[in-house]
Ligand binder design. Sequence first.
Ligand code: ZN
Length: 250
Amino acid sequence: MFEKFSDRIYIQPPEHYTDRPNTGLVIGDKYTLLFEAGNSAANVELLKGRLQVQNLPQPDFVAISHWHWDHSFGMHAWAVPTIAGRQTNDRLLKMADWKWDDESMDRRVENGEDIVFCNEMIKREYPDRNEIKVVAADIAFSGSMTIDLGGIECQLIHAKGPHSDDAVICYIPDEKFVFLGDSNGKDLYGKPWHFDIEHEDDFLDETAKIPYDEDKVKEYLALLDTLDFDKCVGGHAGVMTKEELYSTFR
Ligand SMILES: [Zn+2]
């Protein structure tokens, strides 16, 4: 269920079994924005149902943080305008042509286009992979984009960071809060690491061994330094303070 952070912000916590990330709801007087699209149509239906049961508004816009499947594959199932960074959309347009049979998925792992972890999680989320539908967002922006929801503003900012070069964050100045997406995370695509579905409990230990790209972290923190926020949330973890976020890079 969505958890209340404030009158304006609710957060659906991550669900690790099929790698569903946090989903953020920002409620304005006129419009509501959902940050992260869910990883499948089934995930979207669940989110819509939870909003209804909890008497929360359905979104008028859905924005995503980056191209990775767990954040983007639900986009087609929201019947509202979707928003992504230009680089994210470029990646999604390429991915829209991908095939999802075992052979194609294995080949992409071999040539480095995808990773074992995502393939295993996709197989779990989609009992029928014919249901996978990858689309680009309706609205693409470069740099940053501000949305006035009525009484509250969301700034979507192309923040890059160590996880993925296309990463966008959602900064809400009025609440001193940032949805980070995965932007603060390790680069699971660019750096080698080991994942075995038979030993999935080792995930945190294995990813902890991946080094950060120091230059990317420096540039990322320089951007975050300019934002006035107290709390934030990454894509697959809980709410933390700005200080706690910074301490993860030390
Ligand atoms: Zn990611």
